[in-house]
Design a protein around this ligand. Sequence first.
Ligand SMILES: Cc1ncc(COP(=O)(O)O)c(C=O)c1O
Length: 378
Amino acid sequence: MSKLFDVYPLNNIEPVKAKGSYLWDKNGVQYLDLYGGHAVISIGHTHPHYVSKLTEQLNAISFYSNSVQIPQQEELADKLGALSGYPDYRLFLVNSGAEANENALKLASFHTGRQKVVAFKKAFHGRTAGAVAATDNLSIVAPVNYNKHVSFLPFNDLQAIEAGITEETAAVIIEGIQGVGGIKVASEDFLKALRKKCDETGTVLILDSVQCGYGRSGKFFSHQYAGIDPDLITMAKGMGNGFPIGGVLIAPKFEASHGLLGTTFGGNHLACAAGIAVLDVIKQENLIENAAKTGAYLWEGIAGIGGYKELRGRGLMIGIEYDFPVKDLRNRLLFEHKIFTGVAGSNTIRLLPSLALRKEEADIFLEALSKEIGILAL
Ligand SMILES: Cc1ncc(COP(=O)(O)O)c(C=O)c1O
């Protein structure tokens, strides 16, 4: 029997059903999902509007190449522009976050005629060669020599960007809130200084919003807390609530031409149906507001329990850093309390639940955490 290429450490759990913030395994055990498969589940599992939009589309036409009219792409671009506050940006559709970043880096290079990229310590931008080169993570090293063009500056260090970004820099790529890097929030002053420096040097500013976008922070994009407008905004994860879809929002100053960018699957009918359903639900159910409110509630609860080294994040993107490895704590949350959480590094619990998380569901986690932290303190 052929085997899978074994690259993922797996929990011995097989989810077979999901609804809202819950999953059920093949034995009928119910789990609270506070991780959403790396921030992917934005509107909740199997939302009825999402299921019906996808089913309807599947029964009509699921795919054709980007050589024909696909009005669903226009509808998605229009709804995204309106809800995100970028109605004059144009949308290029792809299939994943790394692909979005790869295309953003390409566009920046085409636009400026330059090759150098500035990224930040502990950044994660994905696993394609270009995105890996811009990733500063001990477990991933660029396989080919793409990284000779990339330099890494310290995150949130205003002084470092003065000398680090020059008239040779094509692009600066940054996450508004570092996800894999440990839920570290880019300060508003830092983002404003980056915007200014990019303007002075003619550098393209890319905000990788793959993890911190799509309403998770309590604003559509986390950089909107700083009131800056990037040149390119990349997104994926929550965009399709599980259906693979990514995109780049592109400022008006970039000129499109036929053949400049391309992809076989990007913007396919089914992906658009998923993307449109997600935006409909985010809008109808005020999920961005809910992320801010329920996020604040969770934050206060976690702060009340204490025992951590640092609490970081915004909205429903929360990192709880302890001064010990959290592997056992997470295992107890999963196997004793039936709650999925994520991790960043070894000491930080990473919470990325559905934006529809309710207070009662947050309470289930707070009760479990309080009990476990209490046991650890004994
Ligand atoms: C900030 C950020 N950018 C890019 C990516 C890559 O996205 P994908 O796995 O969809 O290629 C990730 C994935 O975790 C991410 O967190």
